[in-house]
Write a protein that binds this ligand. Structure first.
Ligand SMILES: [Zn+2]
Ligand SMILES: [Zn+2]
Length: 369
C-alpha cells in the first residue's frame, strides 16, 4: 500500500466530512470535469475519473470504513475498485442515478435518461384519410380531425388541483428512481410510488383526474401532395402528442386511403388502362380515343395488334412523389384487349363463318413440331 490516493483531498473536503458534504463536493466537481462538458480534454477526463473513484469510495459508508482503516481500493482486493479487473474504457453509465439531474437537461449528455426533469418527446399519432382517385393524383387539401391529448387547461398539465402543486415524491425524493445499494455502482429502477415522475399528486385536478392531459379533437386542413397512393404516409411534423417537460411533440402521420378508379389501375409510378379493341380493329389497325388523367387522346393502334399488347404514353401518368424526380411524372400504359362478343347476330355469325373459311391455317401447328 505504497501510495494510497487521498480521496478527501481529491474531493476537497475535510477528513471528517459528512455524507452530504462529500456528495455536494462530488457533484460540483463532476459537473465541472464531466467529459460531456470537456470534449477531447484528456486532463479533465483523468480528473473526472479521479473524483469519481474518490466518490465511489467516500460516498459509500462500507467502502469508506474500509478506506479509513487503510484498506482502500488500491490495497484490498475488494470488488469495489472501479479500475480493477482490466477493462479499458471508462463507462459513465453507472453514474446515471446521481448525474441524471446534473446533466439530464442542461446538456442532454450521457448522464442517463431518468429523473423528473428529463425531456420526454411526445408520441407520434397516426390517422387515415379517404381520398378519391382524382384527389390522390392531383393532390388535395382535406379537413382532418384528430383526437390527441393536450395539456389539461385546468391544471396546465401538472395534474394537481388548482391552488395545489405536485409534491416531491417521498420515496425517491424527486429523482424518479429507486436505487438498491449505495454509492455509484448501484442498481436503479423507476420509483414504485411515482413511476419515475419524481412527484406525486395529493389533490388531483378535477378535470383530468391527475393525468395532466385531456383528450381533444384537433382540426387540421392537410395538404395531400399530388401523386399519393393507397397507403402513402404524409407526415405533419410536431402535430402529434405534446411532449413532457419541454420535450418535442410527436408527429402526425396521415395514411391515405385511395378509392380505386374504375378505369385507371395504379402500377407503381404508372397507371394502366385496359383498352378494348374489336377484332377488325385489332386486325386492320385503328385510331382509337383513350382517356388520360387530364382528358382524352387519340392513339394509333397498328395493324395486327395482339391481345395484351401495351402502348406507353410517357410522362403523362401520376406525379412522382419524391421531389426533383426525373421525369416528374410516370407513364400511362394502355393495354389492348380483344373484345370477343358473347353472342352474335345472324349477320355477324355469317361473317365469322366466312372468316373461318378464309383463315383456315392452324396457328397451333408449331406447338407440335
Ligand atoms: Zn418516487
Ligand atoms: Zn388537470
Amino acid at each position: 500500500m505504497a501510495s494510497r490516493p487521498d480521496y478527501s483531498q481529491i474531493l476537497g473536503v475535510g477528513k471528517n466530512a459528512c455524507d452530504e458534504e462529500i456528495k455536494k463536493a462530488y457533484r460540483k466537481l463532476a459537473r465541472q470535469y464531466h467529459p460531456d462538458r470537456n470534449p477531447g480534454d484528456e486532463k479533465a477526463e483523468a480528473r473526472f475519473k479521479e473524483i469519481s473513484a474518490a466518490y465511489d469510495t467516500l460516498g459509500d459508508p462500507e467502502k469508506r470504513k474500509q478506506y479509513d482503516r487503510g484498506a482502500g481500493p488500491f490495497g484490498g482486493a475488494g470488488p469495489a475498485n472501479p479500475f480493477g479487473g482490466g477493462g479499458g474504457g471508462f463507462d459513465t453509465s453507472g453514474f446515471g442515478d446521481i448525474l441524471s439531474d446534473l446533466f439530464g437537461r442542461a446538456t442532454g449528455g450521457s448522464g442517463g435518461g431518468r429523473g423528473p426533469t428529463r425531456e420526454q418527446p411526445g408520441r407520434d399519432v397516426e390517422t387515415e384519410v379517404r381520398l378519391s382517385f382524382d384527389q390522390a393524383i392531383e393532390g388535395a387539401q382535406v379537413p382532418l380531425q384528430v383526437a390527441t391529448s393536450q395539456p389539461c387547461p385546468t391544471c396546465r398539465g401538472t395534474g394537481a388541483k388548482p391552488g395545489t402543486a405536485p409534491k416531491v415524491c417521498p420515496v425517491c425524493h424527486g429523482r424518479g428512481i429507486e436505487s438498491e445499494g449505495q454509492g455509484l455502482f448501484s442498481i436503479s429502477q423507476p420509483c414504485s410510488l411515482c413511476h419515475g415522475q419524481g412527484t406525486v399528486i395529493e389533490d388531483p385536478c378535477p378535470t383530468c383526474h391527475g393525468s395532466g392531459a385531456v383528450r381533444t379533437l384537433k382540426k387540421y386542413r392537410v395538404n395531400i401532395p399530388a401523386g399519393v397512393r393507397d397507403g402513402s404516409r404524409v407526415r405533419l411534423a410536431g402535430k402529434g402528442e405534446p411532449g413532457r417537460n419541454s420535450g418535442q411533440p410527436g408527429d402526425l402521420y396521415v395514411i391515405t386511403r385511395v378509392t380505386e378508379s374504375p378505369i385507371f389501375r395504379r402500377r407503381g409510378d404508372n397507371v394502366e388502362v385496359e383498352v378494348p379493341l374489336t377484332i377488325p380493329e385489332a386486325i386492320r389497325g385503328a385510331e382509337v380515343e383513350v382517356p388520360t388523367l387530364g382528358g382524352r387522346k387519340k392513339l394509333r393502334v397498328p395493324p395486327g395488334t395482339k391481345h395484351g399488347t401495351v402502348q406507353r404514353l410517357r410522362g403523362e401518368g401520376p406525379p412522382r412523389l419524391s421531389p426533383g424526380s426525373r421525369p416528374p411524372r410516370g407513364d400511362i400504359h394502355y393495354r389492348f384487349v380483344i373484345d370477343v362478343p358473347a353472342s352474335l347476330s345472324e349477320e355477324q355469325s355469317e361473317a365469322v363463318d366466312k372468316l373461318s373459311e378464309v383463315m383456315n391455317g392452324n396457328p397451333r401447328a408449331r406447338l407440335f413440331t
